[in-house]
Design a protein around this ligand. Sequence first.
Ligand code: GDP
Length: 434
Amino acid sequence: MDTIFALSTGSMPSGVAVIRLSGPQVRFALETICGSVPQARRASLKALRRRDGSIVDSGLALYFPGPHSFTGEDCGELQVHGGRAVVHALLTELEALDGCRHAEAGEFTRRAFENGRMDLTEVEGLGDLIAAQTEMQRRFALELASGGLSRLYFEWSGRLLYARAMIEAELDFADEDDVPGSVSERIWADMAALAEAMQGQLEAGKAAERVREGFRIAIAGRPNSGKSSLINAIAKRDVAIVSDIAGTTRDVLSVDLDIGGYAVTLSDTAGLRESGDLIEKEGVRRAERAMAEADLVLYLVDMTANALPAFSQENALLIGTKADLVPNPERGGFDSVISSSTGAGLDALIDAIREKLAARIDPSVMALPTRMRHRQHLRESLAFLSEAVIEQAKPVELRAEDLRLAADALGRITGRTDPEDLLDVIFASFCIGK
Ligand code: GDP
């Protein structure tokens, strides 16, 4: 096994740069460069030298002996001044050491996974945490990275396994009087409750995935209702063409924003109206698609030109625009009344958007399947579990087999199938009759 190293911090020059190492040669590498292996898990100030004895830099050196390290192997860290020449000299020096090579992308985390230090959802969470740009993305990612989802699914796997064990025990001991008849009833009630919890996760997971990927908000309305002006006012920069000629915003323009901690992609759509112009027709088609796919639609109505339309859509906010041109703008029927020119009503609109998004998330439940991959396996698991729960006429051996398949599908989410060692725990915790 090679010892790998890499610069773990971002672009240079920077105050500090961290070089990480992992593998069997870490002690040797630290000894060669720092003169001695630092005390485990303590930062030590060291002169960092080339093999010819010349000093490259002085910095902090750390040593994390395996298996209680990030990768599970011996790990080391050099915290040095973040200059290009400093880091280049140290990487060159490390490269020259026996059995040491530069790490490939993701290789530290891969070793952590292979050594059982992290499971798949934790790896994904770590990736999300590094990519997180908004507060809510960070919170979901941290929960995933710190094993929140793994713990929940591990508990569920345990319940599935326990149920199977009890059912099998009941079959084996069916002739004896000491298996209480209520066992099976209790087990199936628990399995029904588990199926319900899975269903809840699937539903909440969809919203959580939107948090990870960004909610899609479509700004819709007739031509000239002020869509481009609103997107510009919200983004506070010019992202869309604003013009007086109706029908000039033909394509869907998007801007990525952080609204109250939620990542949002705001799309300006072409004006919705009947048109003979081919290009514009295509624009209208795209606008309708953007509206249908959106998590939230901001439907704009020019208050100087149009009355309140008969428009109601659950995931929409009806917004009166150009309030500055209307003598006494009132909310009457509109969710918000705004002026993109003066900025009036924009903060309240942003609050209303945030509320709409926040209503989809229960902040007390962060351990959720935020990826399509999670939900696919969860759906599979639920299908087997439901089959087992509902099909009461089916031979109980087959229902127990469905429970096994449900546990397998669940295990694929974390990449750790059937926790066999749980069997010992379970069999130790119950005894049949005596
Ligand atoms: P879109 O076709 O829906 O994208 O509408 P635009 O954003 O291009 O706006 C159409 C016209 O209305 C432009 O001349 C804008 O300057 C004007 N407009 C948009 N919002 C406001 C507003 O809040 N107040 C005023 N006075 N004019 C506005």
